[in-house]
Design a binder for this molecule. Structure first.
Ligand code: FPP
Length: 255
């Protein structure tokens, strides 16, 4: 029998586990490490910036498809806390694409019931981007069809560090004793606290690493690696990943 974590945290049998009626195959939350924009461009003798531009088109498409399939949440690794180490021109290209993406797609989020969320220390981005993000978050806050969580200036170790600091403050304030700290306190202090448990983590482009992405949340998620480069990742690729997820037997440490 296939099991999935329900909204209240219990382990329940997956409805539509045959995959005939449920395109998500029971997955509620899918996260993607979108890798391979540079190689996509290089293979075509194009500048890297064009690879990232195609990458944004793939984002746009996959967000639409994920919403149509009925996913509750999608988390996309758009800019890691380590990506600042890229050449300044590339960082600036990525920030420009982010601006354009929010500006051009906000109306579609509003219309399609997509709630925008950002994980990571995005307040450290340029002030106009922070304002744009805050505005988009506010405008879509009541949407409930799907949450799109974009990871910006995100690193899992940084996220956990911030969670520890938050909990340490609670201890210092006398709100909780060190012995009483439990798993839920930690999950609740992470940026993803309001998202469903992570079911499936996808990485494109053939790299077999998690690269500091959702390290806590991936404890029991299924992993899917594909050689497909991110700009080529389309609906059929997502369907393949979800089909693979549908065949996994999830035991969450049990038998
Ligand atoms: C990896 O490609 C991709 C990224 C640096 C992050 C993904 C960014 C996008 C899809 C575009 C911006 C996204 C939004 C939401 C506006 P790479 O450059 O590491 O590729 P390579 O490994 O082939 O060089």
């Amino acid at each position: 029998m296939k099991l999935a974590r329900s909204k209240n945290g219990s382990l329940d049998p997956v409805q539509g586990a045959t995959g005939l009626s449920d395109p998500t195959h029971g997955a509620r939350h899918v996260a993607i490490i979108m890798d391979g924009n540079g190689r996509w461009a290089k293979r075509r003798h194009l500048p890297r910036a064009l690879g990232h531009k195609k990458g944004v088109e793939a984002v746009r498409n996959i967000v639409r498809v994920g919403g149509e399939m009925g996913l509750e949440a999608m988390t996309l690794y758009a800019f890691s806390s380590e990506n600042w180490n890229r050449p300044q021109e590339e960082v600036s290209d990525l920030m420009g694409l982010l601006r354009q993406y929010i500006q051009s797609d906000i109306e579609e989020f509003v219309e399609n019931g997509v709630r925008l969320k950002v994980i990571g220390n995005y307040k450290a981005l340029e002030p106009d981007i922070v304002a744009m993000i805050d505005n988009a978050i506010a405008r879509t806050a009541a949407n409930s069809r799907m949450t799109l969580a974009v990871a910006l200036n995100y690193g899992a170790q940084d996220e956990m560090l911030r969670a520890v600091q938050h909990i340490a403050c609670s201890v210092a304030a006398g709100d909780v004793t060190p012995e009483a700290i439990n798993i839920d306190h930690i999950s609740g202090a992470l940026d993803t606290s309001d998202l469903p448990p992570l079911d499936l983590l996808i990485r494109t482009s053939g790299e077999l690493r998690l690269s500091n992405f959702l390290l806590w949340q991936a404890a029991y998620s299924e992993l899917y690696f594909t050689d497909t480069l991110w700009p080529d990742f389309d609906q059929s690729e997502l369907e393949k990943a979800l089909q693979s997820f549908g065949h996994r037997e999830r035991r969450f440490g049990g038998r």
